[in-house]
Design a protein around this ligand. Structure first.
Ligand code: DX5
Ligand code: ZN
Length: 221
């Protein structure tokens, strides 16, 4: 297993009126910034439309990891790649043409990533492992920050780690990641961690990212 840990803070719980400086606050210690795009259709919450997201992408000091929680994802995902995201994640439950959309993300210059909601099984998606650069296992129901980590997803994370084997696929977890839960997710095999409220509700977000990284590394040295 690769030893590299990546921390990708989510700005969902940051100050939306000041996102440029919110991203700057974490840029020294973070690997990427996680941008949660919600359309109030795929999930019962709305964050950014494409125009607003593009502005954030263009001002971000960090590479952007876009997590698209939108119903019409096949059409919009390549545009996020084109807009300059380093990584674009589509939900298996939203896409109607997984292979074509993943391919279009890559050909527009971004890493292609596939997300699975907690109730979605891994097996049907193993056949797409050659098309992905990252797999995202949701550890909450998508839609909101600040929810409780679902430890019943740990076996799925371990199963995904086993299936990834030597492939260069990042394994990301998203939802309820904190100093209390990150070790269990890392032990199960995750190497890329989204953390929203744990980072932005702390007094020193940049320092919290470092603490999270240290915790995640505990089991890898
Ligand atoms: C939830 C989002 C998450 C959220 C995580 O649908 O995908 O990225 O911001 O927030 P926390 O870390 O507070 O669970
Ligand atoms: Zn997310």
């Amino acid at each position: 297993m690769s030893n590299q840990i990546r921390i990708t803070p989510s700005i969902l719980n940051a100050d939306f009126s000041n996102l440029g400086s919110e991203i700057e606050r974490i840029s020294e210690t973070s690997d990427l910034v996680h941008l949660d795009v919600m359309d109030d259709v795929f999930v019962p919450n709305f964050t950014f439309d494409f125009k607003h997201a593009s502005e954030i992408i263009s001002i971000s000091k960090l590479p952007v990891d876009a997590h698209l929680m939108v119903a019409a994802v096949d059409e919009i995902a390549p545009k996020y790649a084109e807009a300059g995201c380093a990584s674009v994640t589509i939900h298996a439950e939203a896409t109607t043409d997984i292979r074509a959309t993943l391919k279009a993300i890559r050909s527009n210059g971004a890493r292609a990533s596939l997300a699975l909601k907690p109730k979605t099984l891994l097996e049907p998606y193993l056949e797409f492992f050659n098309e992905i650069d990252m797999l995202l296992i949701m550890t909450v129901e998508p839609g909101f920050g600040g929810q409780k980590f679902m430890s019943d997803q740990l076996p799925k994370i371990a199963q995904a780690r086993k299936e990834i084997g030597n492939k260069a696929i990042w394994l990301q977890v998203d939802g309820g990641i904190s100093l209390e839960t990150i070790e269990a997710a890392a032990t199960a095999g995750a190497d890329t961690f989204v953390a929203g409220s744990a980072v932005f509700n702390s007094a020193d977000p940049a320092q919290m990212v470092t603490f999270l990284r240290e915790k995640a590394q505990t089991n890898r040295n």
